[in-house]
Design a protein around this ligand. Structure first.
Ligand code: 13P
Length: 304
């Protein structure tokens, strides 16, 4: 896209966002130009908080389907738009409501902690949601109870190690993070011996065991901002590099492995944001009976 048409698209988006009283929320994994036009860029928890509290009439959710769905559950009176309706999350698709019900029958009495990367139907079957930035706190809030953690097995294992709790984890995974290996960490360290290794807890145990810091996308950014180190190896999706380089222009960032890209997050574009504002579609809604159950798990998370 030429600079001129990009400028024009941004002008149209700015006008439409004003006319429709819309807020544009973007995850750190979104394309750079989307992050740059967003009213707010954040991690999953911060975006859910924004969606729950905004005074806007329209939320343009620049992220993937489960994020827009959570926004709609939390703010049902608002129009929630997902500019690219095909932006899914393979991790969220790794468990459905029936599979969860079956798992609950195997572990009666266990509390279900559900990572927000899940469908509304799965949230509706869960006791409480969590994101990677509050998972430890959420689990700690459920004192003395057995825990069934869905759908991310890597995060479940990480939280079990941190909280020293017995957690039964569903074996789901994010293909982008699961791809990283211990070898990738060792090779990156060899290439950049004075760099700190910062990884997302969706990475495998053999990876987070080797890291200097494990945390959510906002945790990784905060760590890099506050650290006296100058070089960092980043173990999460490549979109985060845009924020890291913007906020820490004097520091150097290297991706931990080659294919750290979420294809779904990259389906969005300025044209799609403009078109969704223009047509107020594609609009994400959640059936009333599912929403009523799912909201309890999401709201419980927001109070922890
Ligand atoms: P954060 O909550 O850390 O932003 O993670 C979102 C996500 O989907 C990671 O793959």
């Amino acid at each position: 896209m030429g600079e001129e048409s990009k400028k024009q698209l941004i002008e149209e988006i700015n006008l439409l966002r004003q006319q429709k009283n819309a807020i544009i929320l973007a995850h750190y994994y979104q394309p750079d130009e989307i992050q740059d036009i967003a009213d707010f860029v954040g991690d999953s928890l911060q975006l859910a908080q924004q969606a729950a509290n905004t005074k806007a009439d329209v939320i343009v959710f620049c992220g993937v389907h489960f994020m827009a769905e959570s926004a709609s559950i939390l703010s049902p009176e608002k129009i929630v738009l997902l500019p690219e309706p095909g932006a899914g999350c393979p991790l969220a698709d790794m468990i459905n409501a029936e599979e969860l019900r079956e798992e609950k029958r195997k572990h009666p009495g266990a509390k279900v902690v559900c990572y927000v990367n899940s469908s509304a139907e799965v949230k509706a079957e869960s006791d409480i949601c969590c994101t990677s930035s509050n998972a430890e706190k959420v689990v700690a809030s459920l004192e003395g109870q057995d825990i069934l953690f869905v759908p991310d097995g890597n995060l479940g294992k990480y939280v079990a190690a941190k909280t020293k709790r017995k957690i039964i984890s569903w074996p789901g995974f994010c293909p982008t993070h699961h791809r990283v290996s211990k070898e990738d960490v060792l090779q990156s360290r060899e290439l950049h011996p004075d760099a700190k290794v910062l990884v997302h807890p969706e990475c495998r145990e053999e990876v987070w065991q080797e890291a200097d810091y494990v945390g959510s996308t906002s945790g990784i950014i905060k760590y890099a901002e506050n650290s006296s180190a100058k070089k960092f190896i980043i173990g999460t999706e490549c979109g985060i590099l845009h924020q890291l380089r913007k906020r820490c222009p004097d520091k150097e960032f290297y991706l931990i492995a080659k294919q750290m890209m979420c294809p779904n997050m990259k389906k969005n574009s300025l044209q799609k944001v403009r078109d969704s504002l223009l047509t107020l579609s594609p609009c994400i809604t959640v059936a009333q009976e599912v929403r009523e159950k799912a909201i309890a798990a999401l709201e419980k998370m927001l109070t922890v």
